[in-house]
Design a binder for this molecule. Sequence first.
Ligand SMILES: Cc1cc2nc3c(=O)[nH]c(=O)nc-3n(C[C@H](O)[C@H](O)[C@H](O)COP(=O)(O)OP(=O)(O)OC[C@H]3O[C@@H](n4cnc5c(N)ncnc54)[C@H](O)[C@@H]3O)c2cc1C
Ligand code: SF4
Ligand code: SF4
Ligand code: SF4
Length: 347
Amino acid sequence: MSTHKLSFEESLEKVVLAEKCMGCAACVVVCPFVCLQYSEEMPKLVKKCEACGICPRVCPRYDLSYPALEKFAFERERKPEEEFGIYRRIVVAKSSDENVLQVCQDGGVVTSLLVFALENGMIDGAVVSGISEEKPFYPISRLATNPQEVLECAGTRYSYSPNLLAFHEAIKLKKRDLAFVGTPCQIHALRKIQIIPLRKYADPLKFTIGLMCTESFTYEGLMEKQIEGTLGVNLHSVKKINIKAKVLVTQRSGEIKVIPLAEAKRYTRKSCTFCTDFSGELADISAGGLGLSGWTVCVIRTRVGEELFEGAEGAGVLKTMPIEEEKGALDLLTKLSKRKRKTVSPP
Ligand SMILES: Cc1cc2nc3c(=O)[nH]c(=O)nc-3n(C[C@H](O)[C@H](O)[C@H](O)COP(=O)(O)OP(=O)(O)OC[C@H]3O[C@@H](n4cnc5c(N)ncnc54)[C@H](O)[C@@H]3O)c2cc1C
Ligand code: SF4
Ligand code: SF4
Ligand code: SF4
């Protein structure tokens, strides 16, 4: 058996050059020799690679094996009829907290679960996506350590947020019990970290919430060219952006402007066209709006996810209703998951 360990140049540089790198930052975080820096949404080699072979093992775009990761997360592989992955329960839910509903994207379930976990001592930090003060809706990864900080980070930014960078900061701060919220590609990286395992990162990770994701958009394209340029909307006046078959731009005045989805898709990040996971199949809980207004569809996948969700539900933090009452959302979840699974996986 070959003992040759791959260098960054032999492995990931090919991924990066082929534009399949989505900039998750996992390689940057785990490099034990600090050879990589995160620059312009990509890893950049800043000193001689020691060819330790670790970064390709955590990269979601390098040698990703769903069966291996499913066996690790669920102790079995997905059956073909499990079209949006393995799960224990699927339910439609919303927060009971009016303060959360004011700022969240859909039903505020993600924010409420994090607040519940923090208030009950289950975690000492939540890795989420914050917002740049200078550039409205420009996402920056953030560690939230109290409910107020979690609330400040509610809502969706449709550009890429490299949340693993804040995860790294949390590890450096010696946080012991962390929640992680991120896109499916980021959950893949974390599962690869757990399966190795890289204990320094795997041990403090208590649960993950995956955000269902069709694509993310370049900030320059969607926000600056389309919304600010073509639509003529000052980004500082935007309260919320949501995608419900079309892009809905809600301004602080209450006025809603609409962009056809096809126009926004011109600014889809290239790397997202290689993505095979819509629903966050490897997360403990997956959350998506799926066309609903004011509710979050929650796919509860693992025992850890179920205990958290049921704890919050039992405490009255969440209101729920059966998915059968929103059959359209279930059909959409199935359709979008199947479509993405057909995407040609990167080599
Ligand atoms: C890029 C992107 C694309 C999405 N596409 C779809 C889709 O096609 N269909 C669908 O049904 N749902 C999609 N979602 C998920 C949806 O927008 C909501 O995040 C989800 O329904 C949870 O709603 P909530 O009200 O419970 O979340 P909230 O309580 O509002 O919490 C949202 C959490 O997401 C975090 N977050 C915000 N932006 C990002 C980001 N860019 N990257 C990582 N974390 C972030 C926030 O920090 C917060 O913790 C997408 C989300 C993202 C980030
Ligand atoms: S993790 Fe190892 S292989 Fe990757 S860049 Fe760092 S030293 Fe090189
Ligand atoms: S996809 Fe993530 S781990 Fe892979 S090269 Fe890009 S930033 Fe690094
Ligand atoms: S479409 Fe895939 S690669 Fe792109 S942000 Fe979403 S999960 Fe990541």
